[in-house]
Write a protein that binds this ligand. Structure first.
Ligand code: GDP
Ligand code: IMO
Ligand code: MG
Length: 421
């Protein structure tokens, strides 16, 4: 029995969904532990694309139990839509999906508050997905939130009205945020009614029993280390702990149960939304990465900002998360680059450093890069040994820098386009 963790080492969208789907066969359970429908985890199976926002990426394996943990914030409408789409395409979801009663609910007014917050920040906005994530977590820590288990209470409607009215009072300060809640509320309550018939569980006991029975759990992260509320590029972050500790608080699992931490990183780097991004490429190379990597947000469709892989950033992410294995994704996106760069150090005013300063935006004045020979060919191989020598050399360089094995190398979006060492 063990809990392994899979999380993003950069600013999200590293390809977590694809790797979870691949690894799922080794586990009995896959559990989301934080975030909400701001996440978009893409899985390609037999040429069909699915983007999961709330449901764990183990759902396509028939044996697999999928748990949405207490650390997740759930938009009932998004959840039900996702379930219906999966059922319509022939997946048995209902019996295998379990939802923690302690997970918090996103209300329609949380989304309005998200809009209001972003509008009031003007040019300094976070670039939120506007899914109500921040306001929902604020109600959680402010001890005002509604939880999944509340839907079974006779006083649920009153609890809802009380929180909604509090939000409406706040929204009076933002007359520019127009709202007509009636349609949204109807849909929300329909979704709540559907949720009542799902498997709503005391997830901490449920997971404890599975571990006692010798079952293995994969904890699936959303977002990435640099979007962590404590250790990310604050305030340009999301509102949850995306790092390994989030597994303990987001599932009720003791730290001693955790075995491996699989950190997922692109072979380059992207970020969507505002905030510092030291290795960002604003010119031709950035555009080339965006086009080759189809770098448009899975949740919002926004173009992702693109740059080279950033080693000080990755070393920091590895340090904070205790990563034991790396999954390197989207290597194929670099196929047409003659030279591939990597950021080795940051320039500060007077010095260079490999450490992330307190304020990346204010303190970093430039980057020091190393150059690596590209392979200038498509990667069509079945094993790591058969990779072109320039690819191997780039991978070995990263392994040496990060002092970690790159155990998985992804060379395309499909399920089978993965080399395992
Ligand atoms: P996640 O949020 O970490 O699960 O990642 P997303 O699904 O938001 O974004 C990753 C994108 O890259 C998706 O469109 C995937 O289908 C795609 N993808 C994943 N791995 C690879 C890969 O190795 N090569 C290419 N070309 N695309 C990949
Ligand atoms: P996955 O799980 C990439 C970003 C948003 C914004 C900031 C805050 O697919 O990797 P929020 O909606 O939480 O208020 O947004 O975080 N962000 C993500 N970027 N991938 C994600 O999830 C993200 N979830 C949030 O763009 O900059
Ligand atoms: Mg994503």
């Amino acid at each position: 029995m063990a809990v392994d963790v899979l999380l993003g080492l950069q600013w999200g969208d590293e390809g977590k969904g694809k790797i979870v789907d691949y690894l799922a066969d080794r586990y009995q359970l896959v559990c989301r532990f934080q975030g909400g429908p701001n996440a978009g985890h893409t899985i390609w199976i037999d040429g069909k694309k699915t983007v999961l926002h709330t449901i764990p990426s183990g759902i396509f394996h028939d044996h697999m139990i999928n748990v949405i943990g207490n650390g997740v914030v759930i938009d009932p409408v998004t959840l039900i839509k996702e379930i219906d789409a999966l059922v319509a395409s022939g997946n048995d979801v209902i019996g295998r999906l379990h939802i923690a009663k302690k997970a918090h609910l996103i209300l329609p007014t949380h989304r309005l508050l998200d809009m209001a917050s972003e509008a009031s920040k003007g040019a300094d906005k976070i670039g939120s997905t506007l899914r109500g994530i921040g306001p929902c977590y604020m109600d959680k820590t402010g001890r005002n939130g509604l939880r999944v288990g509340d839907v079974l209470s006779a006083t649920f409607d009153q609890k809802y009205i009380s929180l909604r009215d509090k939000h409406l009072r706040l929204l009076k300060q933002y007359p520019e945020i127009a709202h007509d809640l009636s349609g949204d509320e109807d849909k929300w309550f329909e979704a709540i009614e559907r949720m009542r018939s799902l498997n709503l569980i005391d997830a901490e006991y449920f997971l404890y029993d599975h571990l006692k029975a010798g079952h293995n759990i994969l904890a699936e992260g959303a977002q990435g280390v640099m979007l962590d509320i404590d250790f990310g590029t604050y305030p340009f972050v999301t509102s949850s702990n995306t790092i390994s500790s989030g597994v303990c608080s987001g599932l009720g699992i003791p730290p001693t149960a955790i075995r491996d931490v699989i950190g997922v990183s692109k072979a380059y780097c992207t970020r969507v939304g505002s905030g510092p991004f030291p290795s960002e490429l604003l010119g031709e190379d950035g555009e080339k990465l965006r086009t080759a990597g189809h770098e448009f947000g899975s949740t919002t469709g926004r173009p992702r900002r693109c740059g080279w892989i950033d080693l000080p950033q990755l070393k920091y992410a590895v340090m904070i998360t205790g990563t034991t294995h790396i999954a390197l994704t989207k290597l194929d996106v670099l196929n047409a680059f003659e030279i591939i760069s990597a950021v080795n150090e940051y320039q500060l005013d007077e010095a260079t450093t490999q450490q992330l300063p307190f304020d990346l935006m204010e303190e970093i004045t430039g980057v020091v890069t190393s150059q690596h020979q590209g392979w200038m060919q498509d990667i069509v191989v079945d094993s790591f040994e058969d990779l072109p020598k320039e690819v191997k050399s780039y991978i070995q360089f990263l392994e040496k820098e990060l002092s970690l094995p790159i155990s998985y190398v992804s060379i395309g979006p499909g399920r089978d386009e993965l080399l395992v060492r």
